[in-house]
Design a protein around this ligand. Structure first.
Ligand SMILES: Nc1nc2c(ncn2[C@@H]2O[C@H](COP(=O)(O)OP(=O)(O)OP(=O)(O)O)[C@@H](O)[C@H]2O)c(=O)[nH]1
Ligand SMILES: C=C(OP(=O)(O)O)C(=O)O
Length: 206
């Protein structure tokens, strides 16, 4: 069953504000792009398509190097509206696919954890809660059915209350989203992808 993913992105210079200060201020946009790059790199071979829905497509253009397609959010104006725009575009091409929303801040993501989550969902609308259990890192639709994204504070509960199955697999690399410097340190213990590692440890883009 093919899976197409939507990855939402604010402009890197504005996004991940809670992470600001983890690196020199001038490197903040590069860090946000590195987190997204490592996330996208781990989707290769696991899903069919990745569509980045961006507030500013030009600002995330480097993500095409990881196989992502990029579209603007077309006035969507908020995260869930941006995800619904991506869903509509993917559905227009394949009405029967499983569509998912993946967060762009999973720099330790391992393809096997993503594949295992998709396997456990087995065609049901399902989600992976973040490490703390309150947020959501991945939401999957049933084939051909609505995604119904409810991202934002307390999204794990909101997804559960709208009937999505909470996936029980361990998948530490898929649960470790990076919102703060402490999260980034924890992702480092799990094993960072090479772009984030290069930025943090060498101050360069990989
Ligand atoms: N396209 C699009 N993406 C969004 C929008 N709002 C949030 N996102 C993205 O969705 C993901 C989760 O959003 P948030 O948890 O609000 O993250 P954030 O705003 O970057 O982080 P903080 O500033 O630290 O709260 C991030 O990758 C954001 O870039 C939006 O209005 N449009
Ligand atoms: C928007 C969310 O993510 P975060 O704020 O953790 O980036 C969420 O978990 O729904």
């Amino acid at each position: 069953m093919p899976v197409d993913l939507i990855v939402p992105m604010k402009p890197p210079r504005l996004g991940k504000s809670r992470l600001r200060g983890a690196v020199d201020d001038g490197l903040h946009p590069a860090l946000v792009l590195a987190l997204a790059s490592d996330t996208l790199a781990a989707t290769a071979g696991v899903v069919r398509r990745v569509l980045v829905v961006a507030t500013d497509p030009a600002a995330v253009a480097p993500l095409t190097a990881f196989g992502a397609e990029i579209v603007g959010e077309d006035g969507a104006g908020d995260l869930n509206a941006a995800l619904r725009r991506g869903e509509a575009l993917l559905r227009a091409d394949d009405p029967d696919a499983v569509v998912g929303a993946l967060q762009a801040d999973l720099p330790a993501l391992h393809p096997a954890d993503l594949a295992a989550a998709i396997a456990e969902a087995a065609g049901r609308r399902a989600f992976v809660a973040d490490w703390e259990g309150t947020g959501t890192t991945l939401l999957l639709s049933a084939p051909g059915a609505a995604l119904e994204p409810r991202f934002g504070p307390g999204s794990a509960r909101a997804h559960n209350e709208t009937g999505a199955i909470a996936l029980g697999l361990a998948a530490p690399s898929l649960r470790r989203d990076v919102d703060t410097a402490a999260d980034l340190a924890h992702a480092g213990e799990l094993g960072l992808g090479k772009r984030t590692a290069a930025l943090l440890y060498e101050g360069t883009a990989a």
